[in-house]
Design a protein around this ligand. Structure first.
Ligand SMILES: NC(=O)c1ccc[n+]([C@@H]2O[C@H](COP(=O)([O-])OP(=O)(O)OC[C@H]3O[C@@H](n4cnc5c(N)ncnc54)[C@H](OP(=O)(O)O)[C@@H]3O)[C@@H](O)[C@H]2O)c1
Length: 250
């Protein structure tokens, strides 16, 4: 059995400490370095890391991943907030290191990726579709990145099927009760104490409704996807954005 030598950057953070726990429990992984703010990236080289997991902050993630690429290490990145120009620069750096794989995965929750996919598949069979995302009240942004992503995928599927907007006779909505519109799809954001991260896609047609719901109850929900990323990144040289591209869903 191949034993992956894995390093975590941001190892003392909420996600990073969960990743350290999961990697330590994985029989096919050896945690060789656990870095935090202020630690030298040179430790990655000294530890002989093959895969670097970055769970830090947007300001640091780009330089962490660039370092890994230059050192010939694969990278699995959960840190969110990547800009298009940074992704283009990564592509450029990777072209000089053809054997290296980088996975940028804004969402490691396999159930959530599947829910978005199933919603997009179902969308063309229902006249109406709306999204409700529900999160803890400490979340700073709305709607969630996952809800925006799901809305985009649904909108693409409906456009390809030649469908128009969901029916809606609303003519007055001074307080925005109908929610945000992402690519024409209504998205509603709920912030409630006690929740973690949840999403419902409501699909409606004459006499029937399909609801596709995913719930993340805690950060362990991200770990099977993260470990899958570590195991598969070397088989996907170059840049991959989105863990769904490793799931072989087609
Ligand atoms: N992909 C997914 O499925 C997923 C799921 C949840 C969250 N996330 C993302 O994962 C990232 C981490 O989230 P979190 O909740 O774990 O945040 P967090 O608890 O704030 O952890 C971030 C960690 O990064 C460390 N850090 C800051 N600057 C650094 C640097 N220059 N080099 C190395 N480490 C540095 C911080 O150290 P200090 O404590 O010293 O500041 C902290 O320990 C965020 O971008 C979040 O959006 C992704």
């Amino acid at each position: 059995m191949k034993i992956w030598k894995v390093a975590v950057i941001g190892a003392r953070g909420r996600m990073g400490s969960e990743a350290v726990r999961a990697i330590n429990l994985a029989e096919d992984m050896d945690l060789v370095a656990a870095l935090g703010r202020g630690d030298s990236l040179q430790e990655l080289v000294e530890a002989g890391a093959e895969v670097v997991v970055d769970l830090s902050v947007p300001e640091a993630s780009y330089s962490n991943v660039s370092f890994a690429i230059e050192a010939g290490m694969h990278a699995v990145v959960g840190t969110t907030g990547w800009q298009e120009d940074q992704l283009a620069q990564l592509q450029e750096a990777l072209s000089q290191h053809p054997g290296v794989g980088v996975l940028i995965a804004p969402n490691f929750a396999l159930g959530s990726l599947l829910a978005s996919r199933f919603a997009a598949q179902a969308a063309k069979f229902f006249e109406s579709v709306e999204i409700i995302e529900l999160h803890h009240p400490n979340k700073l942004d709305a709607p969630s990145g996952t809800a925006s992503y799901t809305a985009q995928k649904i909108a693409q599927a409906r456009a390809q099927a030649g469908m128009g907007a969901s029916p809606d006779a609303t003519v007055s909505d001074p307080d925005g009760a109908r929610g945000a519109k992402i690519e024409g799809i209504n998205v509603h954001a709920v912030r409630l104490r006690g929740l973690t991260a949840h999403q419902e896609v409501l699909l409606g047609d004459a006499g029937q409704q399909l609801t596709i719901r995913h719930d993340s109850f805690d950060r362990t929900s991200f770990m099977p996807g993260l470990l899958m990323g570590v195991r598969k990144v070397a088989d996907h040289p170059g840049l991959t954005v989105g863990l769904e591209n490793y799931l072989d869903l087609d």
